[in-house]
Design a protein around this ligand. Structure first.
Ligand code: FAD
Ligand code: NAP
Ligand code: SF4
Length: 670
């Protein structure tokens, strides 16, 4: 029996067959809204189809003008749209996969003033108060869904996915939170579900029996006045009767104050909820959220929690995910680490998505690695942090002979420190991936090798990726034994004192605060108030976070809100976690001195002593580039990348991208 037998098992849908149990979940990449985006999008999907996935769901397309996510948002509602969509369906079918179009009406999440919803209640994450839909508008919207589905069929799609979760229009009809109507479309659960059922009925009538209809159902709303689980079950049964082929699951509205996909969320954290619903159904159901490796997917399927698994971001990270699982090479998978930095954080800024660990994602036609003709060119890469790893691997992929030098005993640089932060354990997967791939592409790796100028003779090109080191502010008392940089702290792990001050509240300061405030007492579900008994509306109970076991102060000099460093989709999780645990935030401080009493600061016009027994410096970084000047003076040309190039606003996304671009631009004869 193959190791991932369940994943690779075909799924017979009666009128059609999926070649395996893996669905690539819907992702809005930003290409959908771009002028020349569809050619790029076709290549993006083609790579994933080639990579073995059974069924692809497109990003969300609105069935009409009003339902677009933003003024220039994607819409699929007329014959004029057919041609560009045919590019997508052909590209996917050519590689033996199937593709369905997602129909998404944003409702009150639309970022434009024409937004509509069952009731005129503004979402806490939206600037626009929606219009309350009239009866005729509701009926017209149902027809629009059906017309778009029929067009999708014409464009060659194998089906449609109706977006009924995450708090979009259909979900807004389903819940009392957003539906206060007293007509046919509101009031009791039957009426609130009418819109969803009528959409499915109308689509089935238009497309006939042999067309996949997936309904994405919100199993856990995770908002107040969300659906009770009994309502979720009754809706699922009615959808089944109305002719839905597959039920996909959705977890949490966008406005939910519970993390559902970030790296802090345990792997497969919500598959139990899919399993609860599955017991009531005869049609196949799909599990999703934080499934990123084959063993996780296999376990969900083998234990009968679901019939298929959906992964979205993991296919940004690695288009070949399924083929690698089929080849029983999980270590070759470039794993999605759930950081959201290059995908969701960019999409929310209306930029094209990509992936921190795979800069080629959504840039398949632009970020191309061309093979070189000869194999004599030798490249030295100094430093095996994210920038150096990326440069070395991608140069080797092109055919260069590469030597990678690292002064420490292991790969990863600062990323190696990041993976020791609770909730960032996934970051270790990136280092594992690079280790595996460097080996596969015959990169010579020299660990424990602090490079000097002399080591670098005989190479045709030299890439300096020596990264960063922690900044030590000039402050009286800095040399005391209880003051350490975050790097020394993470490497040495001294026993934690009962009071800790953290100097600097950028990404690293917040991470260190998360680490020192962690307790064993609360599990993920208790800490965030997720009702596993499924007896509360929206599956939400009061969060019960455990307070930190020590006094912790997080300090920064800037006034205003703290912990703004990490991205939009994850920053709030960090801030809430620290609030839950009682970490004291002190913006706008001026550091005065450190002595036996603690850290003295000026705060709100007064001098105060923070009685911290331990002080951890997270005050940014400085470039390590001491090799550059001597090499340049000797007339040797070098390329400097990552933190060695510029320490300000450095993150792994920039480091990996710069490593990639440098490797892609290398010439055989410099
Ligand atoms: P580095 O990671 O500093 O790597 C440089 C490497 O060069 C090191 O391994 C070093 O030992 C080696 N080196 C130096 N001199 C020599 C020499 N002479 N010879 C041989 N080798 C040498 N970024 C994110 O994007 N998202 C996050 O969530 C995130 N979290 C973080 C959490 C923590 C706790 C920390 C510390 C960092 C985090 N970062 C995060 C930042 C990210 O890790 C860095 O931006 C990234 O590692 C920088 O990559 P780099 O390759 O430029 O440098
Ligand atoms: P950073 O984000 O630049 O933060 C540095 C902190 O140090 C700031 O709070 C700054 O605030 C303070 N500081 C700067 N100079 C100082 C000085 N001389 N004395 C005292 N304080 C000083 O850097 P970082 O936290 O080290 O993070 C490095 C990179 O990794 C960042 O780009 C970050 O985005 C990335 N990262 C990301 C994540 C994530 O979850 N996405 C997590 C960790 C790291 P004041 O100047 O106001 O005091
Ligand atoms: Fe996953 Fe981060 Fe890549 Fe997004 S950017 S796909 S979360 S690894």
């Amino acid at each position: 029996m193959a190791r991932y037998d369940q994943i690779l098992r075909p799924l017979d849908l009666g009128f059609t067959r999926l070649k395996n149990r893996v669905l690539m979940g819907s992702m809005h990449t930003g290409l959908e809204d771009m002028r020349d985006g569809f050619t790029k999008l076709a290549q993006f999907y083609a790579e994933r189809a080639k990579g073995g996935v059974g069924l692809i769901v497109t990003g969300g397309f609105s069935p009409n003008f009003i339902g677009r996510l933003h003024p220039l948002g994607a819409q699929f509602s007329g014959r004029r749209h057919l041609k560009s969509h045919q590019l997508l369906t052909h590209a996917v079918h050519e590689h033996g996969a199937k593709i369905v179009l997602q129909l998404l009406h944003a409702g009150r999440y639309a970022m434009h003033p024409l937004a509509m919803s069952p009731s005129g209640i503004r979402s806490p994450i939206s600037r626009f108060t929606p219009f309350k839909m009239r009866d005729w508008q509701i009926r017209a919207t149902i027809s629009d869904f059906a017309r778009s589905a029929a067009l999708a069929q014409k464009a060659g799609y194998d089906g449609v996915e109706i977006m009924g979760s995450e708090g979009y229009l259909i979900n807004q009809f389903l819940c009392a939170r957003t539906n206060c109507r007293h007509d046919l479309w509101g009031g009791n659960a039957d009426n609130r579900q009418r819109f969803a059922i009528e959409i499915v009925n109308a689509i089935r009538q238009r497309v006939g029996k042999n067309f996949i209809i997936i309904f994405r159902i919100s199993v856990l709303d995770l908002v107040e006045q969300g659906s009770a689980f009994s309502e979720v079950v009754s809706l699922a049964k009615r959808l089944e009767q109305a002719g839905v082929t597959l039920l996909n699951t959705g977890i949490g509205w966008h406005e939910a104050k519970v993390p559902t996909i970030a790296t802090q969320v345990p792997r497969a954290a919500f598959s139990w909820a899919t399993a609860e619903l599955r017991q009531h159904l005869t049609i196949p159901i799909i599990a999703c959220n934080r499934i990123n490796m084959p063993n996780v997917a296999e376990q969900i399927l083998a234990s009968g929690e679901a019939d298929m698994v959906s992964m979205a971001r993991p296919f940004l990270a690695d288009p070949e995910w399924v083929n690698k699982a089929a080849a029983e090479q999980p270590d070759a998978i470039n794993t999605c680490i759930g950081c959201n930095q290059a995908c969701l954080d960019r999409v929310f800024k209306m930029k094209r998505a990509s992936c921190l660990v795979n800069p080629q994602a959504c840039y398949e036609t632009e970020r191309v690695l061309e093979k070189i003709a000869t194999t004599s060119a030798r490249i030295a890469v100094v430093g095996a942090g994210p920038a150096g790893l990326s440069a070395a691997l991608n140069a080797a992929r092109r055919g260069f002979k590469v030597t990678l030098f690292e002064k420490r005993g292991d790969l990863g640089g600062q990323f190696r420190l990041a993976m020791t932060i609770p909730g960032k354990e996934e970051f270790a997967e990136t280092i594992r991936y690079f280790r595996h791939q460097l080996d596969a592409f015959n990169v010579e790796v020299k660990l424990n090798h602090a490079v000097s100028e002399e080591d670098l003779s005989g190479y045709s090109q030299i890439i300096i990726a020596t990264g960063v080191q922690p900044r030590r502010p000039q402050l009286q008392g800095m040399d005391r034994a209880n003051v350490m940089t975050y790097q020394a702290f993470l490497e040495q792990r001294p026993p934690l004192a009962s009071s800790v001050a953290i100097v600097g509240a950028g990404g690293v300061g917040v991470d260190i605060a998360t680490l020192v405030s962690e307790t064993e007492a609360a599990d993920f579900y208790t800490e965030w108030g997720i009702d596993r008994s499924l007896t509360h509306e929206g599956a939400l109970t009061a969060p019960q976070p455990a307070k930190a076991a020590r006094a912790i102060w997080l300090l920064q000099r800037k006034p205003g809100a703290m912990g703004k460093g990490p991205g939009k989709t994850t920053g709030w999780i960090h801030r809430k976690t620290l609030q839950h645990r009682g970490v004291k935030m002190m913006p706008g401080v001026q550091y005065v001195a450190i002595d036996a009493q603690g850290l003295h600061v000026n705060y709100k016009g007064q001098t105060r002593c923070i009685p911290a027994e331990q002080i951890i410096l997270c005050s940014g970084q400085e470039s390590v580039n001491d090799l550059v000047a001597p090499l340049t003076q000797r007339g040797i040309s070098v390329q400097v990348i990552g933190g060695a190039d510029h320490a300000g606003e450095l993150d792994a996304q920039r480091a990996i991208l710069q490593g990639f671009e440098t490797a892609a631009a290398l010439t055989e004869c410099p």
